[in-house]
Ligand binder design. Sequence first.
Ligand code: GLA
Length: 501
Amino acid sequence: MNKQCFLTVVLFFSFLVNILSVSAGNPASEKIFEGKPVINAPQITGNYPSTPFIFYIPTSGQRPMEWSVDKLPKGLKLNPETGIISGTIASKGDYTVTLKAKNALGTCEQKMIIRIGDELLLTPPMGWNSWNTFGRHLTEELVLQTADAMIANGMRDLGYSFINIDDFWQLPERGSDGHLQIDKTKFPRGIKYVADYLHERGFKLGIYSDAADKTCGGVCGSYGYEEVDAKDFASWGVDLLKYDYCNAPAGRVEAMNRYAKMGKALRATDRSIVFSICEWGQREPWKWAKEVGGHLWRVSGDIGDVWNREANQMGGLRGILNILEINAPLNEYAGPAGWNDPDMLVVGIGGKSMSIGSESEGCTQEQYKSHFGLWCMMASPLLCGNDVRNMNDSTLQILLDKDLIAINQDMLGKQAERSIRADYYDVWVKPLADGRKAVACFNRTNSPQVVELNTQTVEDLSLNQVYSLDTRTTVDTTKGIIVKLAPYQCKIYICGEAKKK
Ligand code: GLA
């Protein structure tokens, strides 16, 4: 073959490969929109009385889809075409509804308790936060595009509902009218416009401030203006506040006071606003965060897009493995309406971060998979931090793992306990509401490991029925299971028989 002919053949093949990969789209997303309806809602959701309730019924399956709800309490209405339930309920209590979805291929239903009371976040929050990838470079356009992408790629249909704006939405100085000033170069139509856009699509909006004069990024914080700011957040339609602790005094009592002030101010508004406490675990917030109105609390400094790294003396970023160690002994403190927060996910960032990038090199696919699996086991918030507008299929496959998400969202709300910490591997156990147990075998090292799962190694383990999330099949278990783990791999099993309802 002469040179020109060879080049033509190469060009033709690369053209073909390109065409094929574009038309293949994202198989993981495509799967979400195929087949009969499957409702992926949590078993329970909470809201305060007489405050707006907004809930999209996450449902996979072919479109068009039509929704209905049985026993919807007075005050709420469903839009059957969008699957969004909205309204307000004045009286406290548990309202059990039956969510139903129907498409051309079939129907599906699922029971869900709407608990109207004093608690929010009865299962861990799921969503996205701007910080880990975009840092200070966030804009209205980014947030709206993120919402659109989460609809198109299927994330919304697996339960990701919060879209959280982190630091740098505000200007450095408070306005002469005493209010925080929105950076109009980034959010030209204001925050309310963004909130309305998100609510119309069944999402919730999170925002960020700090318990001092300035935030970590040096823009204006809320200290001394808690009531004013909480009212503004509520009037814009905010559903979550992440409240940081940069530039504030070190002591625990002062921190508790500052958080309590904001907690009280949020509770006094006419919205159900989740309060996310972010003082990096320095004052053991797991012991007091609920008392000051918190629904989740960071247990450590910031996560990096890195597998194993201790924070440096300047308080630099920590690896996934290192944060896991911090969160492991705190399982007793987590539960419905109050979660340990080992920080946002770094799945899929791949070293491309504008905020946590300087010290981070990215992780391997296996490491990201284990990160996600372990955060699910630990009932941790699942707040993605990657650019969800541009994800490859392997990242999507991790984030759209319905079985793992179900473990994370289980209504018993237990954080997995690490029942074995051997030299090279861990075994984690998370009891589930239906009496079964999720068991994770995790290889912490870069060489293969073998773990034996049986009733001697794990107490009270029922092996009469075991489902492997690795193979998505039932495993033959008469003599226990020999689990072979590749470097950094985490294999998760659901063990035992589900109690009859
Ligand atoms: C702190 C928090 C991060 C992020 C930044 C924003 O470091 O821990 O999660 O919110 O501030 O400046």
